[in-house]
Ligand binder design. Sequence first.
Ligand code: 5GP
Ligand code: ZN
Length: 117
Amino acid sequence: MAGEPQDDCLFCKIVAKQVPATIVRETDTTVAFRDINPQAPTHVLVIPKAHHRDAAALAAAAPDLAADVLRETQAVADEEKLESYRVVFNTGAGAGQTVWHAHAHVLGGRGLEWPPG
Ligand code: 5GP
Ligand code: ZN
């Protein structure tokens, strides 16, 4: 069910501290941790603690929680002292989504080309 922890979900396991991660911020509703395969000097993932398969499902089912995630992307950028940064929600396998628990990538610390690849 949407929102419930999923046994086979890596990010639910990170929320439950069953899988280790370098956590940079945690709130009642969100966790932010460093990506294991960083694509920029700062590459942090912000996730809702509740399981939703992607950003669109999260926004539809729990808009306040979606707002929490967005607010946390700014908090991460502030902590990491990023003047400019990019927030990415890969949505669907064709866009590179590999983990089916909504997550915002916060990328910064280098020049970011536009449009992205
Ligand atoms: P996606 O490709 O779904 O948009 O993003 C998933 C991200 O999760 C990838 O950037 C990948 O490097 C990261 N990732 C995958 N497994 C782990 C893990 O075990 N720990 C951490 N910290 N990041 C992970
Ligand atoms: Zn999950």
